[in-house]
Design a protein around this ligand. Sequence first.
Ligand code: GUN
Length: 296
Amino acid sequence: MTAQIIDGKAFAATVREKVAGHVTRLKEENGITPGLAVVLVGEDPASQVYVRSKGKQTVEVGMNSFEHKLDADTSEADLLALVDQLNNDPTVHGILVQLPLPKHLNEDLVINSISPEKDVDGFHISNVGLLGTGQKSMVPCTPLGSLMMLRDHHGSLSGLDAVVIGRSNIVGKPMAQLLLGDSCTVTIAHSRTKDLADVVRRADIVVAAVGRPEMVPGDWIKPGATVIDVGINRIEREGKNVLVGDVDFASAKDVAGAITPVPGGVGPMTIACLLANTVTACCRANGLSEPEGLTA
Ligand code: GUN
């Protein structure tokens, strides 16, 4: 048996189309153009690539993109002042501060200084609490994209056994909350988990988000399970620089029922969901109904 490949690239394109449709409607019917501000501190090469990509896609769906690039030695006070300015700017509906921040800046403090309503990353403690209690919130982009693909594949997730490998604030924990919200039986596994192979073997849904290249082999996967691979790891193979996930795709695809590839799986969904969250934030800010099909 060979797994169905879940095409995140194509799925992300449909999400962006929906976003673009909502943007057109907001402009024509309400005279509002959604705006996303992205703040990058320093020159981390991977972050520069992401920020450029975010800006480009924001403009492509018809939204305003505001990029703020600050020196690596920017003071915390100056960064907080910028966030405050963006919080108070009515043309800005979403604010994203690219992580990681340089070591001298307190990430928690900076993230929690963003207005929760504009926190399109869903990292503010207020949004974390709202998600954890099943209230309307901004939902982190990578878990939201993963959930959309799972719902599309399964229809209902109710009663399924889900294992999330990884307990980060950005992916693992919010992913677990979303799966719980959809009535899965959720296990969060991590580096200290005993008998990880046995835990994974019980799962109908496996979400791998640990950042360790190909650490989940095919023989850990329950036959027919759905595998969402969040990992993006750069490794050397046969003298070439290649991208691989946290799951060993070559062996897993012969066991799983469906699997996301790397690249072309979860990756493209993250920015698409960032754009979706910006439209959602814009609608909420203006007292308009939630954009259909773009929220959890
Ligand atoms: N760095 C890596 N992933 C993310 C993300 O989803 N949001 C932000 N702000 N920074 C990141």
